[in-house]
Design a binder for this molecule. Structure first.
Ligand SMILES: [Zn+2]
Length: 463
């Protein structure tokens, strides 16, 4: 990777049966593709070693160490690269990001769950390319979701948000795999449509359907879609109902997020207007007119490649990928004592705020910024000077102040923004990354000062 924007990255999709990887360019094209069996039974270390091997195989073609983005099914803490839970891999608390990075000699690795990666892919290079406010719903075996808000993927306070498939659409509906009755997933996933079709064919034996020509217990959602397309009224009605449930959920999402586009992907999307037309009608019946204005429902275009392409986009488009540590730092409620502790840890100074050395140490945290544009640097000095008296009366500290400050510390310490800093020297951070971070620091510090002045804080990109 050079100082210029990286033009290639490696995107990896780790599933229960295979690890699929692609060399992806900035147009979202997969130039080279590789895969290897996951073999989760061999344990996380073996899976990580196999993934590293897969990554190194690309080096022969491009002759350089590209950044790596990884999507994995499960609960993923994007901020620290830990897979908290991945049932199909039987993983718990696996530090996949750091361990894969170590196995690759310290190469940059960004991690997210597969649904977020797929959503990022569709917005970066697929059906909603270039849009800033997008809901992505994948109607597959389950119902996955991703939220792109204000141009960045939204993960929530603990990175486990945007589970759009587990919103309740029918309080008395069938019990979902998650245990809750009436989730969208229990009514509109491929699994659900197959199950409902089989149940009805059995419980209403006199209703005619072309699905009866084969074994009822073998009927799948795919058969239902094919039969509906061929004109089977029973199947068309069932997909119509599926569309209505989807529309109920979409109406809530539209009122909540006022998206520009809703992308529908996954196997059930093959049903096209058989599902989408009733979904659109139901959504329009329920949602606010103002929020509906201009909302497009579009079909996903990347198909099974969305995971690989989106994982690469985590590296190639840091704004869209959302620099999670900073966002979450703002979302994490800290007591003033915890904040002082965290700041002390990050600034390497004395924990006693009354000690004059604390002030000195605190100002020294600005040293990494000396290579930034002078106005950004001056701004930060001013910001810290304004803040110090407030720090000495810790109970006055508002969580937003602490979070902003903590974000700044993270940016300074972990990203080594100085042009001669470690990350720049090793080509792990591009000029574009640096420009983005500079802008964020500037906005964080504006935000901070505005709060200290008694305001609400500016709505920066991290708000
Ligand atoms: Zn559920």
């Amino acid at each position: 990777m050079t100082d210029a924007t990286p033009e290639l990255a490696i995107g990896i999709d780790i599933g229960g049966t295979k690890i699929a990887a692609g060399l992806v360019d900035t147009e979202g094209r997969i130039r080279v593709r590789r895969e290897t069996p996951t073999e989760p039974g061999e344990g996380p270390a073996a899976v990580i070693a196999r993934t590293a091997e897969l990554v190194r195989a690309f080096d022969g073609e491009v002759g350089e160490s590209l950044g790596v983005g990884v999507g994995v099914a499960g609960l993923v803490r994007a901020r620290d690269g830990v897979v908290a839970q991945a049932p199909n891999l039987r993983w718990e608390d696996v530090a996949l990001g750091p361990e894969l990075s170590a196995a690759l000699g310290g190469r940059a690795v960004r991690l997210d769950n597969d649904a977020n990666a797929a959503a990022v892919g569709e917005v970066w290079a697929g059906a909603a390319r270039g849009r800033a406010h997008v809901i992505v719903i994948t109607l597959g075996t389950g119902v996955g979701g991703g939220l792109i808000l204000d141009g960045s993927v939204y993960r929530g306070a603990r990175s486990v948000g945007a589970e759009l498939g587990h919103i309740t659409v029918d309080p008395d509906g069938p019990v979902c795999g998650c245990g809750n009755p009436g989730c969208l997933e229990a009514l509109a996933s491929g699994t659900a449509v197959g199950r409902i079709a089989r149940e009805r064919l059995v419980t209403a034996p006199d209703v005619a359907s072309s699905l009866r020509s084969g074994a009822i217990e073998a009927v799948t959602a795919r058969d239902v879609v094919a039969a509906a397309e061929a004109g089977d009224a029973f199947s068309k009605a069932l997909l119509g109902e599926t569309g209505v449930w989807l529309g109920v959920a979409l109406a809530s999402f539209v009122n909540l997020f006022n998206p520009e586009a809703i992308v529908i992907g996954g196997g059930m999307a093959a049903a096209g207007d058989l599902i989408l037309a009733p979904a659109r009608r139901e959504m329009e019946r329920r949602a606010f007119t103002a929020a509906l204005e201009g909302v497009e429902i579009v079909l996903a275009t990347l198909g099974n490649d969305a995971g690989i392409v989106g994982a690469a986009a985590l590296v190639l488009d840091p704004k869209l990928a959302g620099l999670a540590f900073a966002r979450e730092a703002r979302d994490t409620p800290l007591t003033p004592a915890e904040a002082i502790e965290a700041l002390t840890f990050h600034c390497g100074s004395n924990p006693n705020v009354e000690d004059p050395r604390w002030e000195q140490g605190f100002l020294s945290m600005l040293r990494p910024y000396k290579g930034l544009r002078p106005e950004v640097y001056d701004h930060l000095v001013q910001c810290v000077r304004t803040l110090l008296p407030h720090l000495k009366s810790a109970p006055k500290l508002d969580r937003r102040v602490i979070s902003s400050l903590w974000g700044i510390c993270h940016l300074a310490r972990y990203w080594g923004l100085h042009p001669d800093g470690m990350l720049r020297r090793n080509g792990l951070i591009t000029e574009e990354d640096q420009a983005t971070l500079e802008r964020w620091i500037e906005e964080l510090s504006y935000d901070l000062m505005s709060i200290l002045d008694g305001g609400e804080g500016a709505e920066g990109p991290l708000a």
